[in-house]
Design a protein around this ligand. Structure first.
Ligand SMILES: *Cc1c(COP(=O)(O)O)cnc(C)c1O
Length: 226
């Protein structure tokens, strides 16, 4: 059961204020950091108040769930910016290119190739980020940090993809700061401007370490029911 006492609009304002405060402590402008409201498992009734309050950036981690939920919302709010933040399978590349404005989880040649083909065919090009598995966790998606430079070059040279930034999810239980710092370093040496990092537990740290966008779910919508 959704906890309807949770007010996503008030919560988003609180996240925004904390983000601003944390960024200011590091000499950064928190208003320039986008909050992607993560809506996986949340129904349109939870999302609509945010849309009505003017929020436009949202993230989903599964193509199927996004396809069921977002076309109807987009019909009412055409300027929505929808981010794919979960792993992509190559057989869903076409659907993802149609549905999403930003795909944050490019992480292997097969996906890059499928996306390049889908982008050409659909005549629609979502903005692309490469996910880096900064903790080198075997079960986690993302290119290993030591392979990131080569993969970015391959995306550009082999498939003509314009990658604009990087995304990471630090290992659960690890201090996140070294992972955010590593991501920022890889982005800098590759001339990439967008850094998607930080979730409910660590967006303030991410804001201090160079995040340009942060992905927040439970701090806005309340705890997810498993
Ligand atoms: C679910 C999810 C989030 C948001 O997590 P919260 O802890 O609820 O803020 C952020 N990023 C990714 C990739 C996710 O899957």
């Amino acid at each position: 059961m959704a906890d309807l006492s949770v007010d996503p609009v008030a919560n988003l304002a609180r996240v925004r204020a904390r983000l601003k405060q944390a960024a200011a402590e590091a000499g950064r402008d928190g208003d320039a950091i986008y909050i992607v409201a993560v809506t996986k498992t949340r129904g349109p009734d939870r999302i609509l108040p945010l849309l009505e309050a003017g929020h436009r950036r949202f993230g989903e981690n599964r193509v199927q769930e996004a396809a069921a939920k977002w076309p109807a919302l987009r019909a009412r709010f055409p300027d929505i910016e929808l981010h794919l933040i979960g792993p992509l399978q190559s057989n869903k590349a076409k659907e993802a290119v149609v549905l999403f404005d930003v795909i944050e989880t490019v992480d292997r040649p097969k996906i890059a190739k499928a996306l390049a083909a889908a982008i050409e065919k659909q005549g629609r090009a979502p903005r692309l980020l490469v996910q880096v598995n900064t903790g080198e966790e075997p079960q986690k998606a993302g290119v290993p940090p030591q392979e990131a430079d080569a993969f970015l070059a391959q995306c550009r040279e082999e498939w003509g993809l314009v990658v604009e930034g990087l995304m990471c999810i630090p290992p659960l239980g690890d201090p996140p700061a070294p992972h955010f710092a590593l991501l920022a370093k890889i982005a800098e040496r590759n001339g990439l401007k967008i850094l998607s990092m930080g979730m409910s537990a660590d967006y303030e740290i991410a804001a201090q370490l160079g995040a340009t966008q942060t992905r927040v779910g439970s701090e806005i919508f309340g705890p997810r029911q498993a």
